[in-house]
Design a protein around this ligand. Structure first.
Ligand SMILES: [Zn+2]
Length: 210
């Protein structure tokens, strides 16, 4: 069961998911999304295998940091995503993170492969860098790490951890050939981060830097 406040969060998250789906950033049931519930150690997260254009409130479940589904959401066919551990890892490391979003766009995927040898994408001089939390000017360098993909999530976590020292200096990372993870203090900030990175991917691609 959701509390009234959690229901509001869930509705806002579903709206964001529909927006990403309409942009083509969550094809073929891929991608996953979460928001911290009213309890600091509990997460509302998208369940696995749902068409994101038809995603609704009943496709969100509550889990704890061990990935266990809250009893009122459990059912024979209900599973959280294989990538749940990436979400819970971020929430445990950084209390300031309250929303995590993971998209699979064409450009994010292409750039993550083309720039994999550099292990990061470097963004510099764009006004829209201010779309990322705490960036107050375009006169900065934003680094987006690229980590290797794996079907073993603990391996992805080990690669991520090299970039996740506190205070957190990055706003997300790309998994090679796979997609973007980003986060925020709330759903609006995380959604803005997805949009900002997608804009920066388009600029990078259009300028032939790949
Ligand atoms: Zn994915």
């Amino acid at each position: 069961m959701f509390t009234p406040h959690e229901r509001q969060l869930a509705e806002e998250l579903v709206q964001a998911i529909h927006f990403f789906s309409a942009q083509g950033w969550s094809p073929a049931t891929s991608t996953n999304y979460s928001v911290r519930s009213d309890k600091p150690d509990e997460v509302i997260i998208s369940r696995s295998g749902v068409d994101k254009s038809r995603f609704d409130l009943t496709d969100l479940i509550k889990i704890n940091f061990a990935g266990e589904i809250s009893p009122s959401f459990a059912g024979a066919t209900i599973k959280s995503s294989a990538e749940t551990e990436i979400h819970t890892h971020l929430y445990q490391l950084f209390p300031e993170i309250n929303c995590v979003m993971h998209t699979h766009s064409v450009l994010g995927t292409v750039l993550s492969l083309q720039l994999a040898p550099e292990k990061q994408i470097r963004f510099e001089g764009y006004e829209l860098l201010k779309g990322l939390e705490d960036n107050l000017t375009h006169e900065l360098v934003e680094l987006l790490p690229i980590v290797p993909n794996s079907q073993e999530i603990p391996q992805i976590l080990r690669s991520m951890d090299r970039h996740l020292q506190a205070p957190l200096k990055i706003h997300g990372f790309l998994i090679e050939g796979h997609g973007l993870y980003t986060w925020g203090k709330n759903i609006a900030a995380a959604k803005r981060h997805v949009e900002t990175f997608e804009f920066l991917f388009q600029c990078t691609h259009a300028m032939g830097r790949n």
